[in-house]
Design a protein around this ligand. Structure first.
Ligand SMILES: Cc1ncc(COP(=O)(O)O)c(C=O)c1O
Length: 426
C-alpha cells in the first residue's frame, strides 16, 4: 500500500451532503459583510471549510448506529457504561469524568489544582489550556524542545518536552507545580508527536520531584501512529498497545473527543487520584451535569465510545496521515513555507515566512487583517495561529479560539486542517 501513489480511502462514502456553490462575487460580498473575519462568515458561504478539524468530521456508519442506542437516563445510563468501557480500554485511569468539550475538562481541573502562584509546564499549551490555566490565576509555561520552536527544523518527535529544562524548572520551583502536562500531539507546535522515550523520561523526572503527570490526549491515536512509524523498536506493536503504555506513564488526562474520539462533541477528564476526582466531580455537577453524563447526551457518549474503537484502526490512521502529507507535498512543491515535518491532523503554514510584509499583531485581534491574504474570495477558509484568542478575547465564538502567547520565538502559523477531507465517510 505504501508503494502506491494514490491514497486509497479505507471506507466507502454512503451518504452525501450537498454544498452550495457560490460565485466569486457572492464570496466577495460575504467577506465584506463578515468584516473580513473568518468567524463571522456563514458556513453556507464556504465551499471548502478548513477552519478547524474539531468536531467537523463525518461520523461513521457504526457511530450513527451507536447513536440509536443512546439512553438518556439521568444517572447510570447504559451509554455511560459503554463510554466508560471504551475510554478505559485505552486509558485505564480509575476515574473518568465526562465533559461536553476538552476545555470544560481543563476548566474543572485547573479550578481545582491551579490558582495564583502555581506554575503549569507543558510542551506547548493549547490555547484553551493556557486560557484555563491563566483564568485560574496560575502561569502556563511552554517547555518544548528547541526544534519544536523552529518551523523548518526536522525532528521525528518535534513535540518532545525539553527534559533538561523541565528538570531545572521543577528544581527551581519546588512546591509551585501541581501538575506537568504533555500535549500529544503537540497541536500548537504544529501537530508534532511526542516519543515514548520522551514520555518515559518526563515520567521519571515527575517521580523524582513528586509531581503528577497529565496528558492532553486530544490526538493520542495519531501520536501512537507516529511512534509506531518513527520510534526504534515500536514498529511491531499495535496502536492500542502503544496508547495503553502512554496512559500508563501518566496520572491523568484531559481530552477533547472531537479530535481522536471522532465525535462531533464531547470530552473527558480522567485521573487515578481519588481526592482530586471527588473535587472535580463536585465541580462537574455544578457546571456540566451528573457524573455519568457530564455535559453530554447519552447518544454523544455512544458516538464517542464507537469513535474510540475506530480511531485506532491502522488503515484509517495511515490514510489520515498520508492525506495530510499529500496536501503538504502539494504546498511544498509550490514553495509555501510550512512547519516540517508535516503534522498529523493539519498542515501549519509558516505565515511569518510566507507573508514577511505582514507584521504579527501580538496585541490586537487576530482577524480580520492578519487573515486577509487567506480571505481572497477563494471558496475556502483557513485558520490562523499565532494571534490573540479570537473567541476568548473578543467575546466571539469560543469554538476554536487561538491564543497569542506561544512565546516570542514562536512562528506565526496558519493551520490548514484536513479533517473534512480525511473523515468523509468514516
Ligand atoms: C490539544 C488541544 N487541547 C485542548 C483542546 C480543546 O478542546 P475543545 O475544543 O473540545 O474544548 C483542543 C482543541 O482544538 C486541542 O487541540
Amino acid at each position: 500500500m505504501d508503494r502506491w501513489k494514490t491514497i486509497v480511502e479505507p471506507f466507502r462514502i454512503h451518504s452525501v451532503e450537498p454544498v452550495r456553490m457560490t460565485s466569486v462575487g457572492e464570496r466577495q460580498r460575504a467577506l465584506e459583510l463578515a468584516g473580513y473575519n473568518l468567524f463571522n462568515l456563514h458556513a453556507d458561504d464556504v465551499l471548502i471549510d478548513l477552519l478547524t478539524d474539531s468536531g467537523t468530521g463525518a461520523m461513521s456508519r457504526d457511530q450513527w448506529a451507536a447513536i440509536q442506542h443512546g439512553d438518556e437516563s439521568y444517572a447510570g445510563s447504559p451509554s455511560w457504561f459503554a463510554f466508560l468501557a471504551s475510554v478505559q480500554a485505552l486509558f485505564p485511569f480509575r476515574h473518568v469524568i465526562p465533559t461536553h468539550q476538552g476545555r470544560a475538562a481543563e476548566k474543572i481541573l485547573f479550578s481545582v489544582i491551579g490558582g495564583p502562584g502555581k506554575l503549569i509546564p507543558n510542551n506547548t499549551h493549547f490555547d484553551t489550556t493556557r486560557a484555563n490555566v491563566e483564568a485560574s490565576g496560575a502561569e502556563a509555561v511552554d517547555l518544548v524542545i528547541p526544534e519544536g520552536r523552529d518551523p523548518a527544523a526536522i525532528h521525528p518527535f518535534k513535540g518532545n518536552m525539553d527534559v533538561v529544562a523541565l528538570d531545572d524548572f521543577l528544581t527551581t520551583h519546588p512546591g509551585a507545580v501541581p501538575v506537568v502536562f504533555v500535549t500529544i500531539t503537540n497541536n500548537s507546535g504544529g501537530g508534532q508527536p511526542v516519543s515514548l522515550e520522551n514520555l518515559r523520561t518526563v515520567r521519571a523526572i515527575c517521580d523524582r520531584h513528586g509531581v503528577p503527570l497529565f496528558l492532553d490526549g486530544c490526538r493520542f491515536a495519531e501520536n501512537a501512529w507516529f511512534i509506531k512509524l518513527r520510534e526504534p523498536g515500536q514498529a511491531g506493536r499495535s496502536i492500542p498497545d502503544i496508547v495503553r503504555e502512554i496512559a500508563s506513564l501518566a496520572d491523568g488526562m484531559t481530552m477533547s473527543a472531537t479530535k481522536d474520539g471522532l465525535a462531533n462533541i464531547g470530552g473527558w477528564l480522567a485521573m487515578n487520584d481519588d481526592r482530586l476526582a471527588e473535587q472535580c466531580r463536585n465541580l462537574l455537577i455544578l457546571t456540566e451535569g451528573f457524573v455519568t453524563y457530564g455535559g453530554l447526551a447519552g447518544r454523544d457518549l455512544e458516538a464517542i465510545a464507537q469513535g474510540l474503537r475506530e480511531v485506532v484502526d491502522e488503515d484509517y490512521l495511515r490514510y489520515r496521515i498520508r492525506s495530510t502529507a499529500y496536501l503538504g507535498d502539494a504546498l511544498d512543491a509550490s514553495g509555501v513555507p510550512m512547519v516540517k515535518p508535516f503534522g498529523g491532523h493539519a498542515i501549519y503554514l509558516d505565515a511569518r515566512a510566507l507573508l514577511p510584509h505582514v507584521p504579527p499583531r501580538p496585541d490586537g485581534p487576530r482577524a480580520p487583517r492578519d487573515s486577509a491574504p487567506d480571505l481572497h474570495p477563494e471558496p475556502h477558509r483557513l485558520r490562523h495561529r499565532g494571534g490573540p484568542p479570537c473567541g476568548l478575547a473578543r467575546g466571539g465564538p469560543a469554538r476554536d479560539a487561538d491564543h497569542p502567547r506561544a512565546g516570542g520565538a514562536a512562528p506565526l502559523h496558519g493551520k490548514v486542517r484536513t479533517a473534512r477531507l480525511t473523515r468523509r465517510g468514516r
